[in-house]
Design a protein around this ligand. Structure first.
Ligand code: PLP
Length: 385
């Protein structure tokens, strides 16, 4: 571990950002430069050999048959919805507490998102709220077509419970796994937890590119072929004809080269993220409400370490004065975003989502944080609380 993740000594006065991508870049710079140079040499910038190599490695890593490299997490979700034929007159259940893209993609394909409340402890979609969401969609004259949980902050949603709830209505799950690549549940990796899963390689995600990128993971041959066609203007293989409506949705070869370099150390980085989460957990136990720690069943990818505190804004300001970066993910539940006002919810109050938006605070997280820095952050939280 230490050979890969050299500890950087911290001093009291050094700022601690929420994310620090520079240390990782310094650690991997040589390999990344070498791989980028190779792409410049061969010049296949679109769907070059690195994209194919990365797709193979990601599929093997996740334990799924197909991995399709795409242009972003948002585009991965749109292509999954398109491949499943979801569109006008359809409804997709989404959690009310997540990033706006989770709902925006549903609208982008012409369907309607139905907001569902989340669990106070895991922050993930509440399986008990699925029935009400389906009923609300039907009341509005829409056809429910899928349930789309999010693995918030890297922790897989409760897929067993959600599948049971969705099966009652004959609905498939689509995993918005934008934040959780590398996480595990029940011995299986994200990607193998739902019939189709959508990953983001946005730079601050657990596996991050140096630009936008994403992947669609599935075991289903037909869905995989549909996504492959959609990402290249609806073309099949090298054909010129559009077999279906598609988009420009490919992962760049240069981003694939960068991701290949990062994938070599990804398991070690996941391990370090889990160590950091455990360190926060041990230190902050009595200061605030903590996210569930990893156990034999669920291993988060720890994209973020997010606690719940009263007086959140005051605590955030106190940390800011000490140059400790924090994040508010999320400050506003989806049903209050101007773009989504007036849309339906399966539970009128969405009370947990509302409460979380007032209480959550994300602390610095990343594989290059030192133990000393983590303790410095934790002690600053304790003092502020
Ligand atoms: C839950 C969730 N869904 C979707 C996305 C969209 O991913 P991208 O930024 O790669 O388009 C994100 C990214 O931040 C996300 O956090």
């Amino acid at each position: 571990m230490t050979a890969i993740l050299a500890r950087v000594p911290a001093t009291e006065t050094q700022p601690i950002p929420l994310f620090d991508l520079k240390r990782q870049q310094a650690r991997l710079r040589h390999d990344i430069d070498r791989r980028i140079a190779k792409v410049l040499d061969h010049g296949q910038f679109i769907l070059g050999p690195e994209v194919t190599e990365l797709e193979k490695e990601i599929a093997a890593f996740s334990g799924v048959k197909h991995s399709i490299g795409v242009s972003s997490g948002r585009d991965a979700l749109i292509m999954a919805l398109m491949a499943m034929g979801i569109g006008r007159g359809d409804a997709v259940l989404v959690p009310a507490f997540t990033f706006s893209a989770t709902a925006a993609v549903v609208i982008a394909v012409g369907a309607t998102p139905i907001f569902v409340d989340v669990d106070l402890v895991t922050y993930n979609m509440d399986a008990d709220a699925v029935d009400a969401g389906v009923a609300e969609a039907r009341r509005a004259g829409l056809t429910p077509k899928a349930v789309m949980p999010v693995d918030l902050f890297g922790r897989p949603a409760d897929y067993a419970a959600l599948k049971a709830a969705a099966d009652v209505h004959g609905l498939p799950l689509i995993a918005d796994a934008a934040q959780s690549f590398g996480a595990m549940a029940g011995g299986r990796r994200v990607g193998a937890l739902a019939p189709i899963s959508c990953i983001s390689f946005y730079p601050t995600k657990p596996l991050g590119a140096f630009g936008d990128g994403g992947a669609v993971l599935t075991d289903d041959d037909d869905l995989a072929e549909a996504v492959r066609q959609i990402r290249t203007h609806g073309r099949q293989g090298d054909g010129d004809e559009a077999m279906r409506i598609g988009m420009t949705g490919r992962l760049d070869t240069i981003q694939a080269a960068i991701l290949l370099a990062k994938l070599q150390v990804f398991k070690a980085e996941l391990h370090r993220r889990a160590e950091i989460a455990a360190l926060y957990d041990a230190r902050l136990d009595e200061a605030c409400e903590l996210p569930p720690i990893d156990d034999d069943d669920v291993r988060s990818a720890w994209a973020l370490y997010t606690v719940r505190v009263k007086n959140r804004d005051r605590i955030r300001a106190a940390l800011g004065e000490r140059q400790i970066g924090t994040g508010l993910f999320y400050r506003v539940p989806l049903h209050r975003h101007p773009a989504f006002r007036g849309l339906l919810s399966g539970n009128e109050k969405l009370a947990v989502a509302e409460r979380l938006c007032d209480e959550v605070l994300s602390l610095p997280m990343g594989p290059d944080l030192t133990d000393e820095e983590v303790l410095q952050v934790a002690d600053a939280v304790i003092e502020a609380v």
